[in-house]
Design a protein around this ligand. Sequence first.
Ligand SMILES: O=C(CO)COP(=O)(O)O
Length: 248
Amino acid sequence: MPPRKLAAGNWKMNGTLASLAEVETLMHDCAGAGVDILICPPATLLRLMAERVSAGAVAVGGQDCHAKESGAHTGDISAEQLRDAGASYVIVGHSERRADHGETDAAVAAKAVAAHRAGISSVICVGETEAQRDANETLDVIARQLAGSVPDCATAANTVIAYEPVWAIGTGRTPTNDQIAEVHAAMREALVARFADGAKFRLLYGGSVKPANAAEIFAIAHVDGALVGGASLKAADFTPIVRALDAA
Ligand SMILES: O=C(CO)COP(=O)(O)O
């Protein structure tokens, strides 16, 4: 059986209390969709959003977690605290965290281990920069990030992989279908070689996914969903993406 598809939204540092209405609209408009839906709001909204979606049609997740369970780490949030607030997923290793906070593959793997320890799923992000793509290093970079950022305790049940080319994030530019297909096939191959259930890990594409390009991207082999930034902020944009995934 193919993996169950996942439409995930990453709100990044966007959204206030007023934005909670979007998730209610989304739930209403996506009722009956046969795919998993996840929204990762800023931490300030997590608990309230989890309460609003308690009917279960939409899961909520964090955007990052600390590797430790608790302690003197001002400003950080542990995976256990995310779970306590109602999260069932956490994004780790997003390129914005790797760039803004110097997160290494080892740090990302430790965060994924923390998520699994807390009983929530990790969405582990990988992706090449434009310079790396221009230098023909994409597959090497992805292989290295997967090897270093995905911990040995990962399973298809607790881990989702998101391929997000850094140069496609927030730019309106996307790789060609062949380029996405090449990376997703390579990721699948690496996961199958390393994990007994590697064929079942969900592989998301992320980077300028919009209603207009979603169907085309979801038709690509080994694309099991999307991690969406800007187009996940409004239900009117995210709903057609969810519907395109459901129809794929
Ligand atoms: O980084 C992303 C999701 O994590 C993608 O962002 P955009 O969809 O805004 O390009």
